[in-house]
Ligand binder design. Structure first.
Ligand SMILES: [Zn+2]
Ligand SMILES: [Zn+2]
Length: 164
């Protein structure tokens, strides 16, 4: 059972082959709960490179995840791909090399704490909640609001980048 998972390898097999390089896109169901928001993981791509040492096998891996997130300012959905590498050493005392946990950890670390749809994202109106990238409103957030002061600093760029 366990050893039939595509992410579980038999130590002896890799050793006998003198290493292994494999690319795969595993079923994301197993990794979905590594993310704060279930469903944010859309696709996972892996490259696993095993090299055989004297009494251990070194795994150098690369994980790339397509995540569906929300802009931290305007809360619009956005999809981005994040990638990073990781490595792990397996001693020759193990029968199976189960890469699932190390991959799950590496994948979980890919999710950024903050992400913006665009650096220039204007966020949402604090009063009516409208998406200020696509709409404008007549709200007055109060005379002491710093947003109010900023309103006068609109760079006059007609036809500038606007998210529709
Ligand atoms: Zn945004
Ligand atoms: Zn408003």
């Amino acid at each position: 059972m366990e050893e039939k998972d595509p992410l579980v390898f038999k130590y002896e097999d890799i050793k006998a082959q003198g290493g292994l390089n494999i690319k795969l896109s595993p079923d994301i169901a197993f990794f979905a709960d590594a993310f704060e928001k279930p469903g944010s993981l859309k696709k996972l791509d892996l490259e696993l490179d095993f090299s055989v040492g004297g009494d251990s096998i070194l795994l150098e891996g690369r994980v790339s995840a397509e995540l569906e997130l929300e802009c931290s300012r305007c809360a619009e959905p956005l999809a981005r791909t994040f990638a990073d590498s990781f490595d792990e050493v397996y001693p020759d005392t193990v029968e199976y090399i189960d890469t699932r946990e190390v991959i799950r950890e590496a994948a979980a670390l890919l999710a950024p704490i903050k992400v913006l749809c665009a650096e220039s994202c204007k966020g949402r109106c604090l009063v009516c909640g409208i998406n200020r990238n696509t709409h404008s409103c007549e709200c007055r957030a109060g005379k002491t609001s710093s947003f109010e002061a900023l309103k006068d600093f609109k760079p006059g760029k007609p036809g500038g980048k606007k998210k529709l």
